[in-house]
Design a protein around this ligand. Structure first.
Ligand code: F6P
Length: 365
């Protein structure tokens, strides 16, 4: 069997804490255990299209374990099968996958390790169909990837969101206000519900449970009757009213996931002030939760994922994504997970836990 000599690695999609920890783990394992060279593409698939890369040596990955972001840069707009280009003042889309395959050949890459979320997995699926050997590693602060119990980046984002909610408490209390903290997470409520429970939110609105503003206002009033003159609402950016729709902030042309959500917090604030005249303020955490150093949990998970990814490479088990199942690192076929989203099941222990502690989820208690 031909020995694996050289692998490529890239980080694609939105960044998150822990990306550097994975790059480090992949490089150390490949170089130390298997004598495999590692090449890092810059800015996700853009680097593959334009053949922009660096050689990743032990020196390059030294000291990056705790650093947020990604030393390789990333991009959540470029799908090599559909690259937007401006021609005669008009945006047209071109399939540049042949260029990517040429670059893989020129560099003599045996395998590509792609670190990313669902957009990245979708592109990986299309590249596998063109004959590229791929191993994927699941990252996202949204924790919404099918086939794994946990993505790295989520724990760090939850820690930042929880700290923000903790800090909002005191000003909410001083001013007797309703305070809304809007968090990212797209169409999954993991980040909102996780930080809502951990931060002691009174009301948490998630995409999985369309909310009724009457129940939200009722919950705020009940707190007032109980002598608690402030309320903390944690709202996932993908939350929507019953029978209504999500609030879209922008559409990003060419992106594998074009819709960017945001702004539902302000919509809810207006509804509350209008209905029950409780002064309400909104804090949108936005990209803040994607920054900072990774938590120990994320560093550990990212490192375990990176090491397992290289083991799959060495065993030539291509077309797989590493994943967490309970306490174990396993792998699943990319074709079984690409294009699928993992939202919070309505009968999950997270939702039952929230209900048991009296948290309002925007529906009938
Ligand atoms: O998928 C990660 C994420 O941070 C989502 O939670 C959010 O909706 C989106 O990316 C934001 O994307 P951008 O960085 O393009 O604004």
């Amino acid at each position: 069997m031909k020995k694996i000599r050289r692998i490529g690695i890239l980080t694609a999609g939105g960044d998150c804490p822990g990306l550097n920890a994975v790059i480090r783990a992949v490089a150390k394992t490949a170089i130390n255990d298997y004598d495999i060279d590692v090449v890092g593409f810059l800015d996700g698939y853009q680097g593959m299209v334009e053949n922009k890369f660096i050689n990743i040596t032990s020196d390059v990955v030294s000291g990056i374990l705790t650093r947020g972001g990604t030393i390789l840069g990333t991009n959540n707009r470029i799908d090599p099968f559909r690259v937007p280009m401006l021609e005669n003042g008009k945006t047209i889309y071109r399939d540049l996958s042949d260029q990517v395959l040429n670059n893989i050949d020129k560099l003599g890459l045996d395998v590509l390790v792609s670190i990313g979320g669902d957009g990245t997995l979708t592109v990986s699926g299309k590249m596998i169909a063109r004959g590229v050997n791929i191993i994927s590693i699941p990252k996202t602060i949204d924790n919404d990837l099918f086939g794994t119990d946990l993505t790295f980046g989520f724990d760090s984002a939850m820690a930042t969101a929880t700290e923000a909610i903790d800090k909002i408490h005191t000003t909410a209390q001083s001013h007797h206000r309703a305070m809304i903290v809007e968090v990212m997470g797209r169409t999954a409520g993991w980040l909102a519900l996780g930080s809502g429970i951990a931060g002691g939110g009174d009301i948490t609105l998630i995409p999985e449970i369309p909310f009724d503003i009457e129940y939200v206002c009722e919950a705020i009033k009940e707190r007032t009757y109980a002598g608690k003159y402030f309320s903390i609402l944690v709202v996932g950016e993908g939350a929507k009213p019953k029978g209504g729709d999500v609030v879209v902030q922008r559409t990003v042309a060419g992106s594998a996931e074009a819709t960017r959500l945001g702004g539902v917090g302000n919509v809810i604030a207006e509804m509350i002030e209008d209905k029950i005249q409780v002064e309400t303020r909104v804090t949108v955490l936005g990209h803040l939760v994607r920054g900072g150093i990774p938590t120990p949990t994320d560093r550990l998970l990212a490192t375990r994922y990176g090491v397992e990814a290289v083991k799959l490479v060495a065993r030539r088990e291509f077309g797989k994504m590493v994943a967490l199942k309970g306490q174990d690192i396993i792998s699943v076929p990319i074709e079984d997970v690409a294009g699928k989203t993992r939202i919070i099941p309505l009968d999950s222990s997270w939702i039952n836990t929230a209900k048991s502690i009296g948290m309002c989820l925007g529906d009938k208690m």
